[in-house]
Design a binder for this molecule. Structure first.
Ligand SMILES: Cc1ncc(COP(=O)(O)O)c(C=O)c1O
Length: 420
């Protein structure tokens, strides 16, 4: 297999770094640490379709990052884009919101099992913040229980206390517990009785740099009971998993019901809309909070969301994602075994997380991923991956072939570890 080079990408990064902080800031850019060594990665997209994107040098990638989640059906899906274009022709950002907002809320509340209402915004962080505000307003309490290693966006209340830009007061009510630790949760509740507004968690632990952890049997049912018994609002941050496990919500998938469910990446195939779904008892409270944004009621993403959800359901929804993910993981795991590499694959298969366990530094893992990327399969080092419904059998087979060749290159470079 030929390996890619990126001269036009690199030139564009030089231009970008003169006018944009970090060139490309945040998790889509080289500064965040997901793309190491950065020489192995493309930096800019030219165009995208289905399971692929093409970079500025014309290199094609089977994309297992899916824009970090939003590409759930396949890039530039014909049906979703047609619905968005039709809406664009009649109205988008208007003074009175389009009736499409109502249709979208009706579809979401019919689709998501726990949802009695839906409140729309743009990004995941908009709705995790609204969920936290709603819980505080509903309970009159301040404290928030987080799961260690959490990520719920970048708002002040979600940040680490030692960050120089964070005010102490913003995070002094944050409590931490380990995922799956019911005894720890009971202790925190006991110690902070009458002060806790909410428990916020992702449906399973999909953190970075560690094997991802699924809920233990009975975990979520025990959490649900503890929250109900103690007047604690249960918020599930389904921004990342939402609709990849189950269009009825990841709480439904794991057999319990959240009080509020935060959705974003999976709901409109890349069009910018997020949703906070909630139970009836919280509707008057959320209605009373001053919370809005200039583009939050734009109609084009609503029309795209309706088309996307209907297509997701028609194509088999979460079950299809899980099946595709399982096949990708099986192919990569087989290649690892045949090359004598101890590769751990964890989390749900539609959001699989990988670590090579043959060294503690994670450098072997980075070397292997770099060889994979240079052969046209886009993965990152220290983050979970994502499936999309445009992945073909051929793509999945090619992924396994690339993984195999990349293992061969990496192991050959390390005879000290991989003795024949
Ligand atoms: C679990 C989770 N919550 C919240 C967010 C924040 O979403 P956004 O970046 O759209 O604000 C993310 C983003 O990756 C996420 O993965």
């Amino acid at each position: 297999m030929n390996t890619y080079t990126y001269p036009k990408n690199d030139e564009m990064l030089q231009r970008a770094s003169k006018v944009i902080p970090a060139g490309v800031y945040g998790h889509l850019g080289p500064a965040e640490g997901c793309f190491i060594p950065i020489s192995a990665y493309p930096k800019f997209c030219d165009h995208a379709k289905g399971a692929y994107f093409w970079d500025l040098d014309g290199n094609r990638f089977i994309d297992y990052m899916c824009a970090y989640g939003p590409n759930i059906l396949g890039y530039c899906d014909d049906d979703v884009d047609a619905a968005a274009k039709a809406q664009m022709d009649v109205a988008n950002c208007t003074t009175s919101p389009s009736y499409k907002m109502v249709e979208f809320a009706e579809l979401l509340t019919d689709t998501v099992s726990m949802a009695d209402w839906a409140f729309f915004a743009k990004n995941g962080g908009d709705v995790t913040t609204l969920a936290m505000l709603t819980a505080r307003a509903a309970t009159g309490k301040k404290k928030i229980i987080f799961v260690k290693g959490y990520y719920h966006g970048v708002a002040q209340w979600t940040q680490r206390a030692d960050a120089p830009w964070v005010l102490k007061g913003e995070v002094e009510n944050n409590l931490m517990v380990d995922f799956n630790d019911i005894a720890g949760l009971k202790k925190i509740i006991e110690e902070n009785k009458d002060d806790i507004a909410c428990f916020i968690s992702t449906p399973y632990m999909h953190g970075n740099f560690v094997d991802n952890v699924l809920p233990a049997d009975g975990y979520w049912q025990a959490v649900r009971k503890l929250c109900t018994d103690n007047g604690i609002v249960l918020i599930i941050d389904d921004v990342r998993c939402g609709f990849r496990l189950d269009v009825a919500g990841s709480d439904h998938y794991y057999g319990f019901e959240a009080d509020m469910l935060c959705l974003c990446k999976g709901i409109a195939n890349g069009y910018n809309v997020s949703a906070l779904c909630g139970k009836d008892f919280l509707k008057p409270v959320v209605s009373s909070i001053t919370y809005t944004g200039s583009y939050w009621m734009s109609a084009v993403p609503f029309a795209a969301g309706i088309a996307s959800i209907n297509k997701m359901k028609a194509l088999g929804g979460g079950a299809k994602h899980l099946e595709l993910g399982r096949r990708v993981c099986d192919g990569v795991a087989k290649a690892a075994k045949e090359n004598g590499v101890n590769l751990s694959i964890s989390g749900e298969p539609c959001m699989f997380y990988m670590i090579i366990k043959d060294d503690d530094s994670l450098l072997l893992h980075q070397e292997w991923i770099a060889e994979v990327v240079k052969r046209g399969v886009f993965m990152t080092n220290h983050h979970n991956h994502f499936t999309n419904l445009a992945l073909s059998d051929e793509d999945i087979n090619y992924t396994a072939e690339v993984a195999d060749e990349a293992f061969k290159v990496m192991t050959k470079n390390h005879p000290e570890i991989y003795k024949k």
